[in-house]
Design a protein around this ligand. Structure first.
Ligand code: SAH
Length: 374
């Protein structure tokens, strides 16, 4: 069942949300203090305690993943290969004697993704066109677990599940990775947008190729790269939360320099393991850069969200660079959001964060739940 509109005609009263100033109690006050603020520990789900998945695999642990992550602990290559035999030829033994793959080899990374999606999320047919970025599954899944925690806060600590929860994925990409994981993990309905027609065609192919996704994920084309919501959402439409992994470089040159750095890093590791780096990691232009980089993208999103404060209960975006956070916080202050969060993500060596904001006060959030989730 598609649910991007509330089932009753009266969404929470948001008439004043756009112009409401933060109150003394509002966490959006006090910039210097806020900049250091991190979200408290995720609240445990009351009805279904987090499953302990740390027993999968055994050799290495990937610290910092969310307690509900299916990817804690080392990858269980035996189990993955049992489901996806094609992965076998990419598995190597590291100098520490552990099983791994050469992360500098795009074919190996893709095979690992295919295996993870099949084993953990029941996605049996997943592929992306050559040149598109291959999303790291554990990090993408963690973003969604944190979104589930945010939604649980308005739901007495219980994660709201099922298709009545509607998520807007801005920049769904060729992989449709957030809708796939979010739907399989929590049953949520997704609307995914993108301006890249080829990426949307790839996402559509994945949806068609796997059972049960046709009604769960809807794709829409954004015609204007400078615009995030207008043109792809309807005026009376509401989403419980938005998700976004923006292009983070500010120019093609900066993106190329970033890729080179990444390759140096991966190349060294690959060489240490006896692997051979392949210099075609790439990523399409639209995936890698946009005007103003991630700060520009997210600032535009904040500006648009201010015009449509009732579009989402929570707006969120990934922020790749720590140095982007202060500028984004300033934009949120200028937009007079009711509350904001900066949630740390960590996956192995990689650190990033989610920024989340809402224009709704606590009563409006409870009303939202009452109107949409009952
Ligand atoms: N969500 C995927 C892809 C992220 S790459 C993942 O996490 O792996 C960023 C995506 O945003 C690209 O597919 C790019 O085409 C898209 N994009 C860039 N500007 C956009 C806009 N204004 N609206 C929607 N998508 C946009």
């Amino acid at each position: 069942m598609r649910r991007s509109k509330p089932s009753v005609a009266t969404p929470p009263d948001l008439a004043s949300a756009a112009t409401t100033r933060p109150t003394a109690k509002d966490p959006a006050t006090g910039a210097a203090k806020q900049r250091k603020t991190r979200q408290q520990q995720p609240r445990p789900e009351k009805s279904a305690p987090a499953r302990d998945r740390s027993a999968v695999g055994n050799s290495e642990t990937k610290d910092g993943l969310h307690p509900r992550s299916r990817h804690r602990g080392a990858y269980d290559f035996a189990a993955l290969i049992a489901d996806s035999p094609a992965l076998a030829r990419f598995v190597i033994t590291t100098k520490y004697g552990n099983q791994s793959i050469d992360f500098a080899n795009p074919a190996a990374v893709k095979a690992l993704n295919q295996a993870l999606l099949r084993t953990h999320y029941g996605i049996s047919d997943w592929d992306i066109p050559v040149g598109y970025l291959c999303p790291p599954i554990p990090g993408r899944a963690d973003y969604l677990h944190h979104l589930a925690d945010l939604l649980a806060e308005v739901n007495d600590g219980k994660i709201p599940r099922g298709p009545k929860i509607s998520v807007l994925d801005v920049g769904v990409g060729a992989s449709a990775i957030y809708p796939l994981i979010g739907h399989r993990e929590y049953g949520w309905h997704f609307v995914g947008t993108d301006c890249d027609a080829d990426a949307l065609a790839s996402a559509q192919r994945i949806i068609k190729a796997n059972q049960g996704l046709g009604t769960a994920i809807t794709l829409r084309r954004q015609r204007s790269p400078q615009t995030l919501f207008a043109g792809v959402v309807q005026t009376d439409e509401h989403f419980d939360i938005s998700v976004c992994n923006p292009p983070f470089h500010a120019s093609a040159a900066e993106a190329a320099a970033g890729s080179t750095r990444k390759w140096h890093h991966l190349g060294k590791h690959a060489a240490a393991r006896g692997g051979t780096p392949v210099l075609n990691f790439g990523g399409k232009d639209g995936e890698l850069w946009c005007e103003g980089g991630e700060v520009g993208f997210i600032t535009r999103m904040i500006g648009e969200s201010r015009q449509t404060p009732g579009l989402c209960l929570w707006f969120t975006s990934l922020v790749s660079k720590e140095s982007s956070v202060p500028m984004i916080v300033r934009a949120l202050q200028a937009a007079h959001v009711r509350e904001r969060r900066v949630i740390d993500l960590s996956h192995g060596q990689k650190r990033s964060r989610i920024v989340a904001w809402t224009f709704l006060d606590e009563r409006q959030r409870r009303d939202w739940r009452g109107v949409r989730w009952q």
